[in-house]
Design a protein around this ligand. Structure first.
Ligand code: 5GP
Ligand code: ZN
Length: 114
């Protein structure tokens, strides 16, 4: 069976605080938030990385980005500014291999810091 953590969240086998949902995407709060708003946006179907998602060529990457923006609006950070991050691969610190966009906002996120 599928042993993927985020597939289990989609299947409601593991609880998560869901903030938004579309037909093919799900948005839920990160368990270890790095900003006042820290929401993960995933496609409900399993794709390991952003690279795999980009190759899927069926509009799903577009839907993930649209969901990320909808989350920013719902969370009230769309105007102040927010960051969307896909850690892609081990060298970038990806730890869960079901592609997810981190939507971060609610604090100063200017980059590089300082
Ligand atoms: P990555 O390091 O792969 O880019 O991000 C994985 C994210 O998933 C981390 O920010 C981590 O806090 C979050 N995470 C790991 N396990 C769970 C979980 O069981 N539930 C939720 N909501 N987030 C999780
Ligand atoms: Zn998965």
């Amino acid at each position: 069976m599928n042993d993927c953590l985020f597939c289990k969240i989609v299947a409601k086998e593991i609880p998560a605080e869901i903030v938004y949902e579309t037909g093919r995407t799900l948005a839920f709060r990160d368990i270890n938030p790095q900003a006042p708003t820290h929401v993960l946006v995933i496609p409900k179907g399993h794709h390991a990385t952003a690279a795999v998602l980009a190759d899927a060529d069926d509009g799903l990457a577009d839907e993930v980005l649209k969901t990320a923006h909808a989350v920013a609006v719902l969370e009230g950070v769309a105007d102040s500014g927010y960051r969307v991050v896909f850690n892609t691969g081990l060298g970038a610190g990806q730890t869960v291999f079901h592609v997810h966009a981190h939507v971060l906002g609610g604090r100063d996120l200017t980059w590089p810091p300082g």
